[in-house]
Ligand binder design. Sequence first.
Ligand SMILES: [Zn+2]
Length: 247
Amino acid sequence: MSRGAFAALGATLGGAGFAVYHGQVPTSQLYGRTICRVPEAEGMIALTYDDGPNPRHTEALMSVLDRYGARATFLLIGRWAEREPELVRSLSEGGHALGNHTWSHPTMPLRSSAAIHEEMRRCREAVEAAGVSFSKVDGEELMRPPYGRRRPGTLRAVREVGYVPLLWSITCYDWRRTATVDKLVARGSRARGGDVILLHDGSDKAPDADRSASVAATDEILRRLTDQGYRFVSVPELVGEPVDAPR
Ligand SMILES: [Zn+2]
């Protein structure tokens, strides 16, 4: 069941909050069905990691997640996935959800529908070449627009080819130069049931970018919030999709 979750979001936004939400990024639902927070998912939080897989950090991150019995969601850049098929397989075998984050991380609103379709297709091919497929919600595969940037045409273009956009409700700003582990932990630890946290295990700039602060912050965020009784699940689990037990 995930339609209920979307319907509930729609109902919230249909009320007085609508005008306020519209101006906010990335919680706006104005452009159609988008996942960013699932208020019904009491006691559950979804960690999401963009811009990998990263040969320097993704494996260490998986070990941290494993230590807390946490499953996360990874939004992969196609040209990095093509270089690291083993990591893509490990993520899937570890029970983590995978989504399409395009081939080359373009600013989507500046691209034509045809170019967006091509970006989605090439990323999909890289992941399928590793023998893995993207995770689904309600029959649609997860994707996240680079930088969270979108306009109605952008999201129409990805929905046309069978994707549901995933945004987030809490960002840790781990891409900022001023990011420190303490700052990331302070932001991430604000999460409550139903929140989707944005972090990065990679970067669109380099295939092996330094994300040690994000990995260290993940450890502390998990420690604090699991102590408070929260369970860390993949995005399909957060929206109530039946999910196979990890192999
Ligand atoms: Zn990204």
